[in-house]
Design a protein around this ligand. Structure first.
Ligand SMILES: O=C(O)c1cc(=O)[nH]c(=O)n1[C@@H]1O[C@H](COP(=O)(O)O)[C@@H](O)[C@H]1O
Length: 270
């Protein structure tokens, strides 16, 4: 999917919501555990109830890898279901990969070719040659961790190296890489006050912003400092939406939570 297609979908739906499909079998309604594939059954119900309210879905691969082969099959069924039924929706494999070049190429093939996701999250720690293999894929997007939502972000990312915070160096340097137009960046919603500085360095890039909902990030602040002329934001909520209820009405409850965020977004876009 191109960035322009994503922007037009945002405008059409009046939403820049990304729903995180972080499926934990301990948290899903008990009746689904009798299904042949409880993870996919849960995702399908959530997608069917929420697809008109969001522009992206983000399965975090950890929640699938944790269940071995069954989990990976559920991930494959989920991305196939999305691509077949909702090709206009942007898909993010939240896998936080990155390795020496030839290994990164295989990660990129796994998520862009085998599983046909539109994007994958990548860690910048190993530098240019670990990220460029992902950037080489046309119309696919590499979402680089810049300033993450967790406390540990302050361990390295905000430390000053050569008179500049490390996360700013990640932003500046990555702009010079081959095919950098395929880059997006992760900035945690819990770090909204940093977004004004971030926008000075990357005014046009899309940002994936997790941390609204369960982690306490604030949507209004994120938009105030982070929105650009093409909106430029994908705001993710996972637990706050998908686990709104553990009862039979779980999908409707998720849709209600998603609709609340979408309405807030619509008001901001108006
Ligand atoms: O890359 C991410 O998506 C990510 C980066 C970050 O800085 N913080 C963060 O929470 N995430 C992911 O975003 C999702 C947040 O989930 P909730 O806190 O349940 O909304 C999880 O899948 C996290 O792994």
């Amino acid at each position: 999917m191109t960035t322009n297609q994503l922007i037009s979908e945002i405008k059409k739906k009046q939403s820049f919501l990304c729903i995180g499909l972080d499926v934990d079998l301990n948290k899903i309604p008990e009746h689904l555990l009798k299904e042949e594939d409880p993870i996919f059954a849960f995702n399908k119900a959530i997608i069917d109830a929420t697809h008109h309210l969001c522009v992206a879905y983000k399965p975090n691969t950890a929640f699938y890898e944790a269940y071995g082969l069954k989990g990976w099959k559920a991930l494959e069924k989920t991305i196939n279901y999305l691509n077949e039924n909702h090709p206009e929706i942007f898909t993010i494999a939240d896998a936080k990969r990155g390795d020496i070049g030839n290994t990164s190429t295989m990660y990129a093939k796994a998520f862009f070719e085998d599983l046909a996701f539109d994007s994958v999250t990548v860690a910048p720690y190993m530098g240019k040659d670990s990220v460029e293999p992902f950037l080489a894929f046309e119309n696919k997007h590499t979402i680089l961790l810049a300033l993450t939502s967790n406390k540990g972000a302050f361990d390295f990312q905000t430390k000053t190296v050569d008179n500049q915070e490390l996360y700013k160096q990640v932003l500046e340097t990555s702009k010079t890489w081959n095919n950098s137009e395929n880059l997006m960046y992760v900035v945690g919603a819990t770090k909204a006050e940093y977004l004004a500085d971030i926008r000075q360095i990357i005014p046009d890039s899309f940002l994936l912003v997790p941390g609204v909902g369960a982690q306490g990030g604030n949507l209004q602040d994120v938009c105030k400092y982070g929105m650009n002329k093409s909106i430029g934001l994908l705001i993710n909520s996972s637990r706050g939406i998908i686990y709104a209820s553990k009862e039979d009405d779980f999908a409707q409850a998720a849709a209600k939570k998603a609709a609340e965020l979408q309405q807030e977004m619509k008001a901001i876009l108006d």
